[in-house]
Ligand binder design. Structure first.
Ligand code: B4P
Length: 191
C-alpha cells in the first residue's frame, strides 16, 4: 500500500502536486483543508467551530481534525493507498496518523516536504486570493498561517526524519520541475 503525505507551508503547492499523484497512483485523496471547507459550506456544527479559526489563519484544534480524518479513513478503508495533503500539521496529528495506519496494517511510505520561501508563499497565495474567494487568502491572514506553520507544523518534520521517511523538494521551481522530483521520490519508495 502506497501512503504519501505532502508537507509544506501554505502556498508550497501541496494541492497542485496532489492532482498529479492521485491520478497516477489511484490514491484516495485526503486534504484536511478541503474537508474543512466542505464542512463550512454545508454549515455543519463542526464547520461552524472551525470557521473563525480558518478565517484568521490559525490551526483548527486537533480534536476536530481527528474526527474528520477518522471518518474519512473509515469510509475508505478498502483504498489502494492514501494521499494526505496538509495533514499531519501538528506532532499530535502525526501520532494519530501512525495509529490509524497501524490499524490498517500499513504505514506512511513517505512524507514529501515542499520547501519554499515566505516571499514565494505570500506571492502565490495573494495571487490566488484574487479569484479563490477563500477568506484566508489575503496577506494579513497568510502571514498568520505562516507563523502557525513555523511554530506548530515545522516540528512535525523531526518525527518523520527520525523514521527515515522525510524527503525534501525545492518547491520554488515550476510545477513541472517540482512534479518530476516528487514522482522520482515516489518511484524509489514504491520498490
Ligand atoms: P489548506 O487548505 O491545507 O491550505 P494551504 O496550506 O494554504 O495549502 P493549499 O493547498 O491551499 O495551497 P498550496 O500549498 O497547494 O488549509 C487551510 C486552513 O485549514 C489552514 O490554514 C487551517 O486553518 C486549516 N487546516 C487544514 N488542515 C489542518 C490540519 N491538519 N490541522 C489544523 N488545521 C488545519 O498552494 C497553492 C497555490 O500555489 C496555488 O495558487 C497554485 O497555483 C500555486 N502554485 C503551486 N505550485 C506552484 C509552482 N510550482 N509555481 C507557481 N505557483 C504554484
Amino acid at each position: 500500500m502506497l501512503n504519501i503525505a505532502l508537507f509544506g507551508p501554505p502556498g508550497a503547492g501541496k494541492g497542485t502536486q496532489s492532482e498529479f499523484l492521485i491520478e497516477k497512483y489511484n490514491l484516495t485523496y485526503i486534504s484536511t483543508g478541503e474537508l474543512l471547507r466542505k464542512e463550512l459550506t454545508e454549515g455543519t456544527a463542526l464547520g461552524e467551530q472551525a470557521r473563525e479559526i480558518i478565517a484568521s489563519g490559525g490551526l483548527v484544534p486537533d480534536e476536530i481534525i481527528v474526527q474528520i480524518i477518522e471518518k474519512t479513513i473509515a469510509e475508505n478503508s478498502q483504498a489502494d493507498g492514501f494521499l494526505f495533503d496538509g495533514f499531519p500539521r501538528t506532532t499530535i496529528q502525526a501520532y494519530i496518523l501512525e495509529g490509524l495506519m497501524i490499524k490498517l496494517n500499513t504505514s506512511l511510505t513517505c512524507l514529501i516536504d515542499l520547501e519554499v520561501s515566505e516571499k514565494i508563499s505570500i506571492e502565490r497565495l495573494v495571487n490566488r486570493g484574487k479569484t479563490s474567494g477563500r477568506s484566508d487568502d489575503n496577506e494579513a491572514v497568510i502571514r498568520n498561517r505562516l507563523k502557525e506553520y513555523h511554530e506548530k507544523t515545522l516540528p512535525v518534520l523531526q518525527f518523520y526524519k527520525d523514521k527515515g521517511v522525510r524527503y525534501q523538494v525545492d518547491a520554488s521551481r515550476s510545477v513541472e520541475e517540482v512534479n518530476r522530483d516528487v514522482l522520482e521520490i515516489v518511484r524509489k519508495e514504491q520498490r
